[in-house]
Ligand binder design. Structure first.
Ligand code: AMP
Length: 170
């Protein structure tokens, strides 16, 4: 199944010059969504993943579906101020300014194998911040899994040493 056909390019969203990769046609296609989750899961079966960690908001679409498929737990990472219990934080660079991501301090345990999941890998800044949060909690990032990778933005530069898989590359 050609999943790339189910991704819609939306020029100049959310601002001028960005070509937004709209995943909603894929999500609305039962066979396409299933194929995406199955293919993402295939690479991690038998890898002893304890938890999937995903960041809001589109990571929450793929992360839990993959967690059910792999039989592991799911941990949400949110923007500052949204998680109710004690958190640890990581500041990261945006195109303009910075933002802060948070995880509950007891959400992953030391030594656990963690798979990070999101819809799109662009510059890699968000994924790098998530890796830092996992490392601060003494857990192990065993891989990063994306539906889409924007290779022309060189995201691997920021993520040296990590195992990265993505189903669709641009
Ligand atoms: P980055 O930190 O640059 O890797 O950006 C990753 C986050 O921004 C992901 O959570 C994506 O959902 C979103 N994102 C960045 N660029 C795009 C794009 N061209 N189309 C859709 N989502 C994007």
């Amino acid at each position: 199944m050609n999943l790339k056909k189910l991704i819609r390019d939306v020029p100049d969203f959310p601002k001028q010059g960005i070509i937004f990769k709209d995943i909603t046609p894929l999500l609305g296609n039962a066979k396409g969504f299933k194929a995406a989750i199955n293919n993402m899961a295939k690479k991690y079966k038998g890898k002893q993943i304890n938890k999937i960690v995903a960041m809001e908001s589109r990571g929450f679409i793929f992360g839990p579906a993959l967690a059910l498929k792999l039989g592991c737990g799911f941990v949400p990472i949110r923007k500052k101020g949204k998680l109710p219990y004690k958190t640890i934080k990581e500041e990261y660079q945006l195109e303009y300014g910075t933002d802060i991501l948070e995880i509950h301090e007891d959400a992953v345990k030391p030594g656990e194998n963690i798979l990070i999941v999101d819809d799109v890998l662009a510059t890699g800044g968000t994924a790098k911040a998530v890796c830092s949060l996992i490392t601060k909690l003494d857990a192990k990032v065993v891989g990063l899994c994306f539906l889409i990778e924007l290779s022309f933005l060189n995201p691997y530069e920021k993520l040296k040493g990590y195992e990265i898989t993505s189903l669709i590359k641009y």
